[in-house]
Design a protein around this ligand. Sequence first.
Ligand SMILES: [Cu+2]
Length: 475
Amino acid sequence: MSSYGSWLAVLVAAWLGGLPVLAQQGSADVAQPDNWDAEVAIPPARDIDPDPRVLEVDLEAYVKPMEIVPGKMTAVWTYNGQLPGPLLKLNAGDRLIVHFRNSLPVPTSIHWHGLRIPNAMDGVPGFTQAPIEPGGEFTYDFIVPDAGTFWYHPHYDSAAQVGYGLYGPLVVNDPGEPAAFGDELVLLLSDMSLDAEGQLQEPKSGGRFGDLFGREGSVLLVNGQVLPTLKVRQGKQQRWRVINAARTRYYTLRYRRSPLVLLGGDGGLAAESRTVDEIKIVPGQRLDFVFTPPDAPGTAGKLRWYPTDRGYGSTYNRLAEDIMHIVTVDDPAVVPVTIPRQLRDIAPLDTTGAHEELLDLTIGSDEHQDVSMGINGVHHKRAVPIMAKVGETQVWTVRNDTDFSHPFHLHGFFFQILSPAGVPEWRDTVDVPLHAEVKLAVRFDERPGMWMYHCHILDHAEVGMMGHLHVMPGD
Ligand SMILES: [Cu+2]
């Protein structure tokens, strides 16, 4: 056991105290079960560039019939015919080149959610590029500066296009991070609205109430699949990179109440790890966990979705749903390693004298009595940008006096949450619960341009809950 690094003390944790036999082997010494993630893992994109520091891929958006629910074919909107789109995996500092082709019947774009990349690569039609028309092409080319879990999706008619299946994971590793966090598994969560024939429902289904509540799909998917099976070995840890790519749905996931170690999320590791007993993740957000399989060899269980209270009607009369089988193989248990509490240093941003902005998330109705949302009462089409300068730090208070929670997302920059107080970490998406507020600090480190911030319930962004930030070049 002493062969582990100094911080890898042997754990015989209280929650494993119920084990009948103390396992002999450590988690780091044994492999995952054979084909442990074969049914779940998202296939990576094919790298056409031999340079190990460059990931160069062809990505094509097109409609492909797929069997989402048994016996029915659904015309899914895909990247490269995959649901979700291919896994893009790089190391921090690597270059990503994506030769994108739009073979959809409508215009689109790709937004690289959470990445601190140049404005021209941010994928927002009308602001950073023209829409990519059907048959059109665009090359995205940038350095991925930060380790973390990210994702990509259209920023054109995004509620509809994301709802139809256009999303994919992007993972940036820090080669310096301990491998002892476990073998990586991306779990991209999404849902899809299908009718009785398995056809995609109209993006505006449900009318005004759909706009107000946001549209949750009827079919829950993990990596594009209904109830896939993951194989685990008791005590053998896995690092789960969880992405909420649903257009509206909030997730509370539990494997009974088994503990998970939360490492961080959007912008990589937090300052400290925390032990939690559920995964709570809002649209757009990412979380990074160490899962330690708790069950006895030869048993099986299910990861379950539970409704999250995000306002009126969100929990009423709704049942939990199973989303993934977890089969514990019949191999001897192993002793899990201890995850350190201190993960990295994150210095608080200096907010002395910082310019402050109040962003009040608002819901109203327009002249046709349709739902109209905004920020400070202004629909995004009439929004005046917040002004900032490269090098400046600002403090934003995002206030929500509406009857629904809103996941707030800022493009292009990480922020730190000042209140409610928590473990220091870098974020780009944060839930602002109903009748609550979140205060955040953001430094516009570089990369001038026009950037978006919006509610990541995409139905809400679509009806106006979005604003603009104009970062001017420095002196
Ligand atoms: Cu919202």
